[in-house]
Write a protein that binds this ligand. Structure first.
Ligand code: SAH
Ligand code: MG
Length: 989
């Protein structure tokens, strides 16, 4: 799904962008713009009265696509439109390549071609022409000419190998091993220089190249060179990273004089006599950054046979673990980390400061949790959440983006996400043998994905009979892990959970429509599979599916990284649906354990003030529940035991997180769970990994001395500012499996299938969740109607129904969606076999709910009517605390500035107790001559506090007869049309 095909095809050839880049460098500029295409999948039959545009099509923002304009010095080209920015850029580059008539060599250049090209590149770098242009290499060239004494004009080969993109990529083409062993590149460049012995000199065992003939004087005096005589001293703030882990990383500052060469000064700091013996790593962090490691070339010898540079075995002892881990290249001996160099943009030396803080941030950014922490700007307080609930409640980088960052940081290939659509069979043959599920793949998926999925057939069909309950439990254990983690369930968890599962008999198997499943693969740069995660769960939304799978991988990697006990990660392999290749994994991450948590072991025992939460301020009664989005103000300080002044480490005025997901350290989450809005709290905890503390504060010297001189602890101050209640939907999903909304729909579907109804009207159909699900089952229905006052929802319903009806051969002969209020008469809604009204009445004022009852049973008179509404008493369970009675709520409501915290959804005007609901329904039934029975979903009728959603099923008393005062509006008595048809289906059209 990631357009792997495209990437694969490109892997072995030079991309058009690369061709343009080698020709134009920064003179080529790409401008990508988003193209919003109106969606093409219009929905015939849809008409919105009041909108006068004929042939009105749904104003839907299609998935965005991109177009790219490539501007070159002489002309510009515009790409076609693409889903991905990078594809648009490549297309633009291709158009430019075509226009320029460049024929990129097919496939890889041969070894000879690459070697020859390297020779000509080196020759060009030392030409009269090159030193005059603006290029990072020419900056170095000019600076080497200013070197003193014997060193004047000696150009370090390592600069070419590391900083000249063209030369270094040619070296990689000669031998891909250059990627991991950059010193190999030195030998290729030396070899190339030796072919130019007429003009260049590079004696054996020397790591420099010198131009034999001096540059003509007029070139050196050209304006470009004069300008580069920067009048001021440049101070570089860098870091010294000793090879010995026991020695601390320390700041190191040095000045570069206008007349000096910075390489000489770094060499001096590393006690190397000649800057040419200095090696340079690839850039660390951002690709555009000049942050690199400088270190002495290890003792080397020229292997005569291959004339390649090899590192003596003895050097292996002095590997610099921290530097190697940071760069992903083998680095030996002491190193200096500096962001200094010549760039494309200026003739002057460009410098960025590197502090110890930035060093620790670079380190923790290599761990999945660290990348998340940084993205939240809360390295001490935030933790990688255990579950992805909804995109709206997620804060910080999304799991998928963190995983991409992680792979980039570790120089792995971009992770691949393969989503597939799981078509879940309707359970119309419940008693038959379990059916295999069809797994479908989206059209653009690769062969490979198909192969993977054909082996993963899933059987979710229900088994009937007594084995059922246990079956459901098993599937809960498999799929419910994240749900369990993210809900801080009330004490009676097991009882409740069992109860809700025992009612979900039909529901679990009767999953309707199609869901997504996602498989994530982590590959090494060499395309070896390191890890695969194939979650068994499927999701309605593709994004949820991808993010959840990415998060599983991240959680697993995090355990692997930080707990250092691989067994722990391995034991969670099952629950996180992960398989991995231990050998490759070890190869890629072998240094992690020597880096992360290294300092943890040196930390002194902490004192005893730990974790007494002192809460202050009056209890406002507004407390968070699992799934609430809370907003806090907090600060964390480092407190030394000896009474010295504390040091602020981290703070935020507004920090939001979702309760119950583990998005912050557990102490904080536990503290906040006990607080109400307006209260503040203070508590002390032990010191976390020292790496995190050093990544939080920029006063390294002070923090370090505090940490080293005293036992310390962390002091947290937190104030709960605001709570956003979980959306009803989120809450229902967190507590019930299947989600309560689905259980309601399934309940209604079950009743409909038991009946012989041929016509159905869904009052307050919303986005059509019930109508849509109905189409997945064999029913006797021929005519279905939905009514709602939300046109937005109706449009969504229309689209879903339209696409479903167009695909399926169903018994439905007519389907209509009306925009209208269900408390107004409309003769077209009369005389249906079945009426449904799920979770609608609580959205109206109580009087209107009574009015609806009278209209529907008195005038529309369906043979059966199913009404569901929340059971207020059940909110105790959903809240995990005792619910205040309704009168107290009323007070609170005014206190909280009109914000209601008592109902499951902000739009609810009321929620009834069982008694209130039964009274409403019974009176109605008697009045209009119906029978009524009560039921529900979620929870159980005989365990307090009853069902989560209460349901009344009204049935017309046989024989149907007219009650005085009840007047079904029939065509005979005049047609009343108050609703507007929004969409209409009929199969012949
Ligand atoms: N029955 C749907 C939607 C429930 S949400 C489901 O179970 O998914 C409640 C719906 O009632 C909303 O779509 C809202 O627009 C609708 N509604 C509220 N008052 C209404 C009224 N007076 N007439 C028609 N629909 C109404
Ligand atoms: Mg509702």
């Amino acid at each position: 799904m990631e357009g792997e095909g495209v990437a694969d095809a490109r892997k072995n050839t030079i991309t058009p962008k690369a061709v343009i880049n080698s020709k134009f460098g920064i003179k080529a500029s790409y401008v990508v713009e988003e193209v919003v295409e109106p969606s093409q999948d219009g929905c015939p039959g849809l008409s919105i009265p009041g909108l006068s545009v004929p042939g009105f099509s749904i104003p839907q923002k299609g998935p965005s696509s991109y177009r790219c304009r490539l501007e070159l010095p002489d002309f510009s080209v515009v790409s076609g439109t693409f889903r991905k920015k990078k594809d648009a850029e490549q297309d633009a580059a291709q158009k430019a390549v075509d226009k320029l008539g460049i024929r990129p060599s097919k496939g890889k250049p041969t070894l000879e071609e690459a070697s020859e090209e390297l020779v000509s590149r080196i020759s060009y770098l030392f030409s009269d022409e090159f030193i005059q242009i603006q290029h990072p290499m020419s900056g170095h060239l000019r600076a080497t000419l200013r070197r003193e004494g014997d060193h004047c004009g000696l150009f370090p080969i390592s600069v070419i190998a590391a900083c000249d993109g063209k030369a270094s990529s040619l070296c990689k083409q000669i031998d891909p091993k250059v990627e991991s062993n950059p010193s190999l590149a030195l030998s290729f460049i030396k070899l190339a220089a030796s072919k130019l012995s007429g003009s260049l000199s590079s004696p054996d065992e020397k790591l420099w190249i010198k131009r034999l003939n001096p540059y003509p004087q007029d070139i050196l005096e050209s304006p470009i060179d004069q300008e580069s005589c920067h009048p001021e001293v440049t101070t570089v703030h860098a870091l010294y990273i000793p090879s010995l882990m026991e020695e601390p990383v320390e700041p190191i500052n040095f000045d570069v004089l206008p007349s000096g060469y910075y390489m000489d000064i770094i060499a001096e700091k590393l006690r190397i006599s000649n800057a040419s013996d200095l090696l340079i790593s690839r850039p660390i962090g951002r690709a555009s950054s000049e942050t690199r490691l400088y270190y002495a070339a290890p003792e080397m010898y020229w292997s005569e046979a291959s004339s390649s540079l090899e590192i003596a075995e003895s050097c292996k002892d002095s590997i610099n673990v921290r530097a190697t881990y940071l760069s992903g290249q083998d680095i030996y001996g002491n190193a200096i980390l500096a962001a200094v160099g010549y760039t494309w943009k200026s003739k002057d030396l460009s410098v960025e400061d590197i502090s110890i803080l930035s060093y620790y941030r670079m380190l923790i950014n290599k761990t999945p949790a660290g990348a998340y922490k940084l993205s939240r700007g809360a390295v001490i307080t935030a933790t990688l959440p255990l579950a992805f609930t909804t995109k709206t409640n997620w804060r910080g980088l999304l799991p998928r983006d963190i995983l991409n960052t992680f792979c980039r940081q570790h120089r792995l290939a971009e992770p691949t996400f393969n989503t597939s659509i799981v078509q879940i069979k309707s359970s119309s043959e419940l008693s038959g043998p379990p059916k295999e599920l069809r797994t479908m793949k989206p059209a653009n998926e690769t062969e490979e994905a198909e192969a993977t999925f054909s082996t993963s057939t899933i059987d979710e069909s229900a088994e009937s009979g007594s084995a059922y309950l246990c079956e459901v439990k098993t599937s809960f254990e498999l799929s419910g892990l994240s749900k369990k983690l993210r809900t801080m369930k009330p004490e009676n968890e097991t009882g409740q959970a069992d109860a809700s599962f025992s009612t979900s008999n039909i529901e679990e198997s009767a999953e309707s429509g199609s869901n997504y499943q996602c498989e994530v693969k982590i590959l090494s740069k060499m395309q070896e599979v390191i890890l695969v995660c194939s979650p068994k769960e499927s999701f309605k939304r593709q994004n949820d599916c991808i993010q959840t799978a990415a998060l599983k991988v991240l959680s697993w990697l995090n355990m692997y990284f930080l707990d250092m006990k691989a067994e722990k990660a391995i034991s969670s392999t099952n629950t996180l649906d992960i398989t991995f290749n231990p050998k490759h994994l070890h190869e890629e991450f072998k240094l992690c354990s020597s880096i992360h948590g290294y300092q943890q072991r040196n930390i002194q025992e902490v004192n005893n003030k730990i974790c007494q939460v002192n809460i202050e301020g009056p209890d406002s009664g507004i407390s968070p529940t699992p799934g609430s989005l809370v907003s806090i103000t907090y600060s964390v300080s480092l407190v030394p035991d000896d009474g010295h002044a504390k040091e602020l480490l981290e703070s935020a005025d507004v920090f939001e997180f979702e309760m119950g997901t583990g998005a912050v350290i557990s102490y904080l989450e536990v503290a906040v769970a006990q607080m109400s809005v307006g209260q503040s709290a203070c508590f002390f905890i032990g010191i976390p990994d020292q790496e995190l503390i050093l990544a939080a504060s920029d006063d390294f010297a002070r923090i370090n001395s505090l940490l080293n001189s005293n036992p310390c602890c962390l002091e947290y101050f937190v104030k709960l500012m605001h709570i956003t209640e979980p959306l009803e939907d989120g809450m229902e999903q967190a507590f019930f499996s299947p989600p309560l909304s689905k259980q309601r729909v399934e309940y209604a579907v079950g009743r409909i299938r038991q009946s012989d109804a041929t016509s159905l009207v869904d009052f307050g159909c919303g986005s059509g969740s019930l109508l849509e699900s109905l189409l997945d089952y064999a029913t006797g229905l021929e005519k279905i109607v939905g009514v709602d006052i939300s046109v937005k929802s109706l449009i969504r319903a229309a689209k879903v129904l339209h696409s479903k009806l167009s695909k399926d051969s169903s018994t439905i002969k007519s389907a209509v969606l009306y925009d209208g209020s269900i408390i107004e008469l409309d003769s077209r809604l009369c005389g249906f076999d079945m009426g449904t009204c799920l979770e609608v009445i609580e959205h109206m004022q109580e009087e209107q709910a009574h009015l609806f009852g009278d209209i529907v049973l008195g005038s529309f008179r369906p043979k059966t009517l199913i009404v569901s509404t929340p059971n207020y008493e059940y909110n105790v369970i959903l809240r995990g605390s005792s619910a205040p009675n309704q009168e107290e709520d009323a007070d609170e409501k005014s206190q909280a500035g009109g914000q209601s915290f008592k109902f499951r959804n902000h739009d609810h005007k009321f929620e009834w107790t069982r008694r209130q609901f039964e009274s409403w329904a019974s009176k109605l039934a008697t009045k209009h001559n119906y029978m009524v029975e009560f039921s529900g979903v979620g929870g159980s009728h005989d365990i307090e506090p009853g069902f989560a959603s209460q349901i009344a099923v009204f049935r017309m008393e046989p024989p149907p007869h007219s009650i005085p005062g009840d007047s079904p509006v029939s065509s005979a008595e005049g047609v009343i049309h108050r609703c507007n048809v929004v969409w209409e289906w009929n199969p012949s059209s």
